[in-house]
Design a protein around this ligand. Structure first.
Ligand code: LLP
Length: 418
C-alpha cells in the first residue's frame, strides 16, 4: 500500500499533483510520501510489538536526514555500516543506544567514533576485526558490546549480488566456527558478548530462509548458554522483499508471525534491520522525456534521469515500473527508457511496453525509495538530484539539487600548474 495514486488522470503523492512539484522545482527528482513511510515503519514495527524488539532501519537503503528523523520519532533505531552513516544517524537524532554497527570492513577510526558515541553494539565479522576492536576499546578505556555476525550458509533465493548468507559470500563468520570465536571474545578484556546476528540477503520473497536462519541462530544461542556465555540480542538482519513487478512477498505481519512462531527463546531482544520493505515503495523517481528515437532495431525514450541517479536496473537488471505522471489516451510502444550517460548500460527500463511518451512528458519510475538516491553518483559530472517529501497537500525539499559548484568542491589544481 502506498500513497502514489491517480486522481483525474494525474499522479498524486498524497494530495499533491506530481506535475505541480515538477513545474515548481524542475526534474529529475526523488519524491517520497511521508504517510507511506510512516505507515510502512509502523506496519513492520507493530508486527513485533508483542515481543521485546528493536527495529533498526538499514539506512544504507535511504539515508536522508528527514527520513531518518521520521523513524527516530517513531522510536526506531538504525543499522549503520560506516562512520558517515553514524554521523547522519546522530545528526538526525537517533538515540545512540538504538544504533547497531554492521559491515565487513570497519576502519579503526570508525570504531573509535562509534565507541565514543556509545552505540548499542557492533556486529563483528572476522577474527581480525574482533582483535582490533578489543585493542581500540582497551586504548579508550571502554568496553565494546559485540554480536558476532554468523554466516549460516542459507540460500536466500535472490539475486547473487545481494545474497550474503551463503558460505561463499564475504560476510560473517562461518557458523561452524562461531563457538570458538565466542569463546575467544568472552576471554577478551575489552569486549562483552552481547548477541548473535546474521543477514542472509535482500529482496527475499519467501519466509523459509528467514526461519531456517532463525533456527540456526537459536541453536547457537542454546550452545552458548550451555557454556556460560550469555546472549541478550538476536539480530536477524533485514531482507524482506517488496513488489516491484509481479513478486508476491509476505506482508511484514506474516514475516513477524513466522519469526515469532519459531522464537521460543527466553531473555532475548530481537533486532530487525529492515530497509527496502519500509522505504522501497514509499518513493518514486520523476523524470522528463527529452527525446524519442527509433532505430531499425528498436525504440528509445531518452529521459533526463540516468543510471547515476538510479543504478539498480544497470547493476542488477532490476525492474522498476514506468508510469505516466499524466494519463493520456496514447498508443503503446515497446522501448527502452534510457538516460543521457555515455554507456549502453544506462537504462531505467528495457524492452518495456509503455505509453508512447512524447517530448516534455513526465514519467514516474516506481519503487525507487530504497537504494535509489543512496546509490547515486556524480558520474558524467551530473549533479545529484533533489529529494522531496510529500505530506498531505504540501511538499518539502529535503535535499537540494547539487550545483556545478558542488561538483568541484574539494578539487584543487596544484600551484605548479597555474
Ligand atoms: N542489514 C544488513 C547487514 C545489510 O547488509 C542489509 C542490506 C540490510 C540489513 C537491509 O536489507 P533490506 O531490508 O534492505 O533488504 N543495493 C541492493 C541491495 C543491497 C542490500 C545490502 N544489504 C539493491 O538495490 O537491491
Amino acid at each position: 500500500m502506498h500513497h502514489f495514486q491517480y486522481r483525474n488522470n494525474e499522479l498524486h503523492c498524497e494530495d499533491v499533483p506530481v506535475s505541480r512539484i515538477a513545474m515548481e522545482i524542475g526534474t529529475p527528482f526523488y519524491l517520497y510520501s511521508y504517510a507511506t513511510l510512516k505507515q510502512h515503519f509502523r506496519a513492520f514495527d507493530d508486527a513485533f510489538s508483542d515481543v521485546p524488539h528493536l527495529t533498526c532501519f538499514a539506512m544504507k537503503s535511504n539515508s536522508n536526514l528527514a527520513i531518518l528523523k521520521l523513524f527516530a520519532l517513531e522510536g526506531g533505531g538504525v543499522d549503520i555500516v560506516s562512520g558517515g552513516e553514524l554521523y547522519r544517524a546522530l545528526k538526525a537524532g537517533v538515540e545512540p543506544k538504538k544504533i547497531v554497527y554492521s559491515g565487513v570492513g570497519k576502519t579503526a577510526e570508525d570504531m573509535e567514533y562509534a565507541l565514543r558515541s556509545q552505540i548499542l553494539l557492533f556486529n563483528v565479522e572476522s577474527s581480525q576485526e574482533i582483535r582490533l576492536l578489543d585493542e581500540i576499546a582497551g586504548r579508550m578505556g571502554k568496553k565494546a558490546a559485540v554480536s558476532i555476525r554468523v554466516n549460516p550458509d542459507i540460500d536466500p533465493q535472490t539475486h547473487p549480488y545481494i545474497s550474503t548468507g551463503l558460505k561463499e559470500n564475504k560476510f560473517g563468520i562461518d557458523i561452524r566456527h562461531a563457538l570458538e570465536e565466542y569463546a575467544r571474545v568472552s576471554g577478551l578484556r575489552n569486549l562483552t558478548v552481547s548477541g548473535v546476528s546474521c543477514h542472509i540477503g535482500s529482496q527475499l520473497t519467501r519466509l523459509s530462509p528467514f526461519v531456517d536462519a532463525l533456527n540456526k541462530l537459536k541453536d547457537l544461542i542454546g550452545q552458548l548458554r550451555k557454556i556460560g556465555i550469555g546472549v541478550s540480542y538476536l539480530d536477524l538482519g533485514g531482507g524482506l522483499g517488496i513488489t516491484y513487478n509481479q513478486e508476491d512477498p509476505p506482508h511484514p505481519r506474516e514475516y513477524a508471525k513466522a519469526i515469532k512462531d519459531e522464537l521460543h527463546i527466553r531473555d532475548v531482544t530481537v533486532i530487525l534491520e529492515p530497509g527496502r520493505v519500509i522505504v522501497g515503495n514509499a518513493g518514486i523517481l520523476v523524470a522528463k522525456v527529452l527525446y524519442k528515437k527509433t532505430t531499425a532495431e528498436k525504440g528509445f525514450v531518452i529521459v533526463d534521469a540516468a543510471m547515476n541517479d538510479l543504478i539498480r536496473p544497470s547493476l542488477y537488471g532490476s525492474f522498476h515500473g514506468i508510469e505516466p505522471v499524466r494519463i493520456k489516451t496514447r498508443a503503446k510502444i515497446k522501448a527502452d527508457v534510457v538516460g543521457p550517460i555515455c554507456e549502453s548500460s544506462d537504462f531505467l527500463a528495457k524492452d518495456r511496453v509503455m505509453d508512447a511518451f512524447e517530448t516534455g512528458d513526465l514519467l514516474a519510475v516506481m519503487s525507487a525509495g530504497a537504494y535509489g538516491f543512496s546509490m547515486s553518483s556524480n558520474y558524467n559530472s551530473r549533479p545529484r538530484i533533489t529529494e522531496v517529501l510529500g505530506k498531505g497537500d504540501t511538499y518539502h525539499v529535503i535535499r537540494a539539487r547539487e550545483s556545478y559548484e558542488d561538483l568541484v568542491r574539494g578539487e584543487t589544481i596544484p600551484d605548479f600548474m597555474r
